[in-house]
Design a protein around this ligand. Structure first.
Ligand SMILES: [Zn+2]
Length: 137
């Protein structure tokens, strides 16, 4: 019985650890980005509330300025997170485009991937030295 319980427990722990690994990283980044946009919107709403409170005399200038500064910092922080995730996507896109260019090149000329920098002789993928002039490829 104890063996059965500990076995179940191990399976449960493994599943708990493994499931997040299967969900796509990209999805997580999207979610984070969405979260940040949402957070920024909420923060901007509170700034509007603070402005209203200040204008109607519910808040002292000192408190108002401190609270606004705090919120602006939070918005900037969220911005940097958004920038990071967008940057990551740009890198992914560039990799994809590069792969597509490579694929298109291979379609045109399947066996030739390298051109000797010295003499321009064409070589197959994996060649380390030029067979014509001996230059390193
Ligand atoms: Zn060569």
């Amino acid at each position: 019985m104890i063996e059965f319980i500990s076995y179940t427990l191990i399976v449960a722990v493994c599943a708990y650890v493994a499931i997040p690994l299967f969900s796509k990283k990209e999805k997580a980044a999207d979610h984070q980005e969405l979260d940040m946009f949402h957070q920024q919107r909420l923060i901007r709403e509170t700034i509007r509330d603070l402005e209203f409170d200040f204008q109607t005399g519910k808040l002292s200038r000192e408190d108002y300025e401190t609270l606004i500064a705090e919120r602006e910092q939070a918005i900037q922080k969220a911005d940097s997170v958004i920038g990071k995730t967008v940057g990551m996507k740009t890198a992914e896109l560039l990799n994809k485009l590069e792969a597509e260019i490579q694929e298109a090149k291979e379609k045109l000329n399947p066996s030739i991937e390298l051109v000797c920098p010295q003499c321009g002789h064409e070589h197959k993928k994996g060649d380390k030295f030029c067979s014509k002039c001996g230059a390193k490829l």
